[in-house]
Design a protein around this ligand. Structure first.
Ligand SMILES: [Zn+2]
Length: 252
């Protein structure tokens, strides 16, 4: 068989191969992220989802499928979805709450990863109607960066509801969905995963402090902002995420 090599064919094929390799790498990261989230107690039956925007097409994103756990994501069951919530590749069932992801990706071009889970302490904190205090270092990550969505306890099953969550997020890092769960964003998978874990930890410490009663004052805004800047460095998220990946692999 004679292979035709046009002048434009070669670069196009090389570009396609590069995209495939990038997509494969991203899917592998999503699979590992799901396992880390479960290892860190973020699972809730088969609920919870994670998505990542395609670097070569910002109008599309990869997303975990419905009916499987976060630790059951595979190369085969990851869906490709557009910003209207339509599945454009993949045969698995789509989460009805896809609009959390699509509407945040629409509203925030800087966001590449969205995670939604139902973690116990964050939900308990959301039910109090109080915001997250900086009673611990993880709390500082969300200082003046945590929104609150209070329209409904129900699933986010429409464009309008997803837009409501995106609005509650604003320029922040996460949203507490009252009596429901959390939505945490990141420029990278590492940032969103570590953010989700830190939010739950911050909520847990706060509820313990409040249960103990009579909390001492928080530190000054300037002091908290300094720590926030330090722990918001991309390198911090990568180091912590990579450690959790190694740990989850060791545990099998
Ligand atoms: Zn939910």
């Amino acid at each position: 068989m004679i292979k035709r090599k046009s002048a434009n064919g070669k670069p196009a094929r090389a570009k396609e191969a590069g995209q495939r390799a990038t997509h494969r790498l991203l899917k592998e990261q999503l699979i590992l992220a799901g396992k880390v989230l479960v290892a860190e107690g973020q699972d809730d039956f088969t609920r919870g989802h994670i998505s990542f925007r395609l670097p070569d097409d910002p109008n599309l994103f990869f997303m975990k499928a419905h009916s499987i756990g976060l630790d059951e994501i595979t190369m085969q069951n990851i869906l490709t979805i557009d910003l209207e919530g339509n599945v454009v590749a993949g045969t698995a069932r789509r989460h009805s709450e896809v609009y959390i992801h699509s509407e945040i990706f629409k509203a925030r071009p800087d966001v590449n990863c969205v995670i939604h889970t139902h973690p116990t302490y964050s939900i308990a904190l959301s039910a109090t109607g109080r915001g997250l205090k900086c009673y611990s270092q993880p709390g500082a990550l969300f200082h003046e960066a945590l929104g609150s969505y209070t329209d409904t306890i129900n699933l986010i099953r429409s464009h309008a509801m997803g837009a409501g969550v995106a609005h509650a997020l604003g320029n922040g890092r996460a949203v507490l969905l009252k009596n429901h769960g959390v939505v945490v964003i990141g420029a990278t998978i590492a940032e969103a995963v570590i953010g989700t874990i830190m939010l739950e930890n911050g909520a847990m410490v706060q509820l313990l402090v409040e249960a103990a009663g009579d909390p001492a004052p928080e530190f000054s805004r300037a002091d908290i902002e300094k720590l926030k800047a330090d722990i918001s460095q991309p390198e911090q998220f990568t180091i912590n995420f990579n450690y959790l990946v190694r740990r989850v692999k060791r545990r099998g």
